[in-house]
Design a binder for this molecule. Sequence first.
Ligand code: DGT
Ligand code: CA
Ligand code: CA
Ligand code: ZN
Length: 577
Amino acid sequence: MPWVNEELGRQFAEIADLLELSGADRFRVRAYERARDAIATARVDLGELDDNALAALDGIGTSTARKIVEFREQGEIGMLTELRRQVPPGIVALVKVPGLGPKTARQLHDELGVTSLDDLRAALASGELRHLPGLGARTEENLRAGLARLDATLTQRTPLADVIGVAEELLARVRQLPDVERAVLAGSFRRGRDTIGDLDLLVATHAPAKVLSAVSADALVRDVVAQGDTKLTVLTLRDLQVDVRAVEPASWGAALIYFTGSKAHNVRIRERALRRGTTLSEYGLHARDDDALLAGHDEAAVYAALGLPWISPTLREDRGEVAAAADGTLPEVVTTLRGDLHGHSDWSGDGRGSIDEMAAAAAAAGLEYWAVTDHAEALAINGLTAAQFADRRAALGALADQVDVTLLDGVELNIGVDGELDYDDDVLARFEFCVASVHTALGRDADAQTARIITAMRHPAVHAIGHLTGRKIGTRPGFDVHFDRILEAALETGTALEINASPRRLDLSDEHVRRAVDAGVTLTISSDAHQPSELDNLRFGIATAQRGWASATDVLNCRDLDGLREFVDRKRSGARR
Ligand code: DGT
Ligand code: CA
Ligand code: CA
Ligand code: ZN
């Protein structure tokens, strides 16, 4: 989602909450909730439309359009600023408790004088809360659980999915500043981790003071935590911390290595530098005897001066990459794909792009083929019947000459509780590519999940298992599986395991990928796109694959169409790999 849409959606939600907290009438609140929903489902970048075009969008009236323009021009919505001033912050904190809405918060405030989370804890402890009208012992129990969950999320790392928009927007703005020669997001973001502690923005400049004050004045910055000559720490509108470092262009490479990390990787290469009579710091690689600068300006030169090839940031976790680099056994990690093997069109109930729109996005992403894997019928709300798939097959045929990618007639099957699949075998056999995923009964134990998935793998029509554990990063942990048995079955049946590239999933995880690669299991890197813009997510899947040391030979959709068809046919014929 474009960052402007994301931020506006959040701000309109906040306006609705604050209005409700301040006792506004229901209709006014509802109008802002409608605006919030309209923004959440808008398929255009709200940062780019003029007033008239904005007001023409469904659910967005002239007053909402005016506020959107105000946000773009002034960096804030005056009404929201005013509301934030009026409503006591303690009460706002209350609605962050899962399960505690504005109505209850207001009631707690008016009737018990609750103005903070601590007051809420006290009210829960005293048992007075259960006597309020409409509340009860059950409410108390829910609020206790909600408080515990809030505490947990406050100490948690931020899912990558929640930082991409603001991170890339901030980077783009910083790159446009005068005096900035180069800028990069370093740290865990550059290493492609699936969660982020904070962002680290590295800037090469000869004018650090000017650049840092420009960054601290940016509209995306809510608060400056600390500011020095070459360092700045700020909080973004969403309370994400960003550490900004300004360095001399001459030490760019050394600084980039240092701030990319990981800490453990840094320690490892610094030891190597010391053993070679040199010292490595964020300023450069220096000779220990006369302090001469040996390398510093670019990353590859620093590694070279340490006797190492350049190491991909996604490998820098001290998982053996420095030794492998020294031995010449570093994997040549996967960087590009030839196709995408999991994606949805608007034939699926939850797809938001037509086949030709999606195909155009796939072609624009440089792909040669795209498997259209709309949902199968057991997924009641979104799935297609066999007859609808027959219609879709005709549609695919009619589009074949009009699109710039090869469309594969695919399906995303649902793995039932006992591993059963949608449709009869003769229907299944007609698809060119089938990914099978667990969408239901996520609460079963590891034995049950492993068994149902392996049963599905044994079916000759199943070519890949989608999002293996069902995790949603930051929202729900995946279910447990016996991964060693899954790997064994994948090898035995010739089934691929998917790296779902949605930044909310990244499932397989990097650690799973590493084990799959070691076992020789074939992987797919799949966007699971539900709208054209989500083809762009493939890059996160590639990063996760790299973090698991996967090279192109491990990845099915790095093969050309013939190679892919060979894999599919082999599975179908039941040949062992
Ligand atoms: P995060 O923010 O928890 O997702 O993880 P990172 O890796 O981004 O860690 P962060 O933000 O604390 O620091 C960014 C990089 O700076 C880190 O990857 C390596 C470098 N760094 C920070 N502190 C140290 C340190 O004490 N020693 C060394 N060798 N490097 C450090
Ligand atoms: Ca960081
Ligand atoms: Ca940091
Ligand atoms: Zn899907």
